[in-house]
Design a binder for this molecule. Sequence first.
Ligand code: GLU
Length: 464
Amino acid sequence: MKIRTRFAPSPTGLLHIGGARTALFNYLFARHHGGEFVLRIEDTDRARSTQEAVQVILDGLDWLGLRADEPPIYQTSREARHVEVAMQLLEQGKAYRCYCSSEELQAMRERAMAEKRPPRYDGTWRDRAPSQAPAGVKPAIRLKAPREGEVVLNDLVQGEVKVKNAEMDDMIILRSDGTPTYLHAVVVDDHDMGITHVIRGDDHLTNTFRQIQIYDALGWERPEFAHIPLIHGADGAKLSKRHGAVSILEFREQGFLPEALCNYLLRLGWGHGDAEFLSREEQIRLFTLEGVGRAASRMDYTKLTHLNGMWLRQADDTRLRDDVVERLAKTGITVDTAAMQRILTLMPGLKERAKTLEELANSAAFLSRNVPLPFEPKATALLTLENKEMLARLASLLEGTSFTAEAIDSTLRAFAEAEGRKLGQVAQPLRAALTGSTMSPGIDSTLIALGKDEALKRILAVTA
Ligand code: GLU
């Protein structure tokens, strides 16, 4: 049997980390088993679905490297099939037409509540003859669900969970306006798409029992189900906007690497011994549903940022340079070819110090500036008259130094000694002049990245 999983987001809100993690688990599970991963956009709630949300799903999955093996299926495009299956159930006597008006249903709910019963549909039309149908009323179609027995689910994460059929009422599968309900559409689609494993958030657990009733009525084989615990905020409360339950693409803007975010989301709710830092290949090799915990996990930005720093240090320098250039462009800084080269040259040092791509871009900005540089107050403070004179003397020495790490290092050391200064007392004012700040990678690599001409230009700009 070929394993097929799916990610089935509703484009009614922007894809957030909870959804991204569900997609990741489905993707890894399929890849681990040499199976297929597909995407279904559940856009049947036309009033609340937006094109923007669809785009975030597509771009977000693309960014995270969770590409589906087939073009996405839009649920609305399958409506005729959903209706067809509902009609089939009707013909087989497994479903029936319900002519209750919304007022009647409301009265039914109020009666139940007054009698302290759960507000369920009471089966008014379950056994009534169609000849009793009121004229001119469009019926909804309800599943004639069993009233005895129970639905037993052997969930691959939650274990065995049961619900008595008596606790579930006859759900609507087709509304009176002819549109399918979510519960029905998902079953038909998962079946037709050959989905073998439904991996989704445990907020769908109650839906699963109802969906199993539909599978059983149709005589269709049920897929396996795995309900994964939700992600909570650091305070333990359900994730909301307040916690940064924002579009997954905002993580990109904030400077997180997709592989770091995936690595973090995987570890959030799944474990394999102490393994923290896992490549995509390792994730695929190691991922099993047995490793998924049953407790809700908490989003921890500090951990994510730390992990991002680790991934950043491993990332390819050219890729990082390109990202930095894009980020700088967004802030209005154009990076010419010379500056592109400088950024690339200094990247090994820059990436050691940054935890996000935003930090990296900020720390690289000085390489693409022209004199006169903007100076941070701390840098200005270092550029005293005395220090400027010292830098002017240093400039003429640097002019005759070849710009290699060794040559620069020995020039600086010899100069510091001659000046009766510690190396840092030379390097810090020099750094201020070169970068406009007090922090940068090692002074020799900073000088090399700038190149002799640009370095001297910057020193002279403060000393002249
Ligand atoms: N469309 C549902 C949602 O976004 C998920 C449905 C499913 O996974 O079965 O929550």
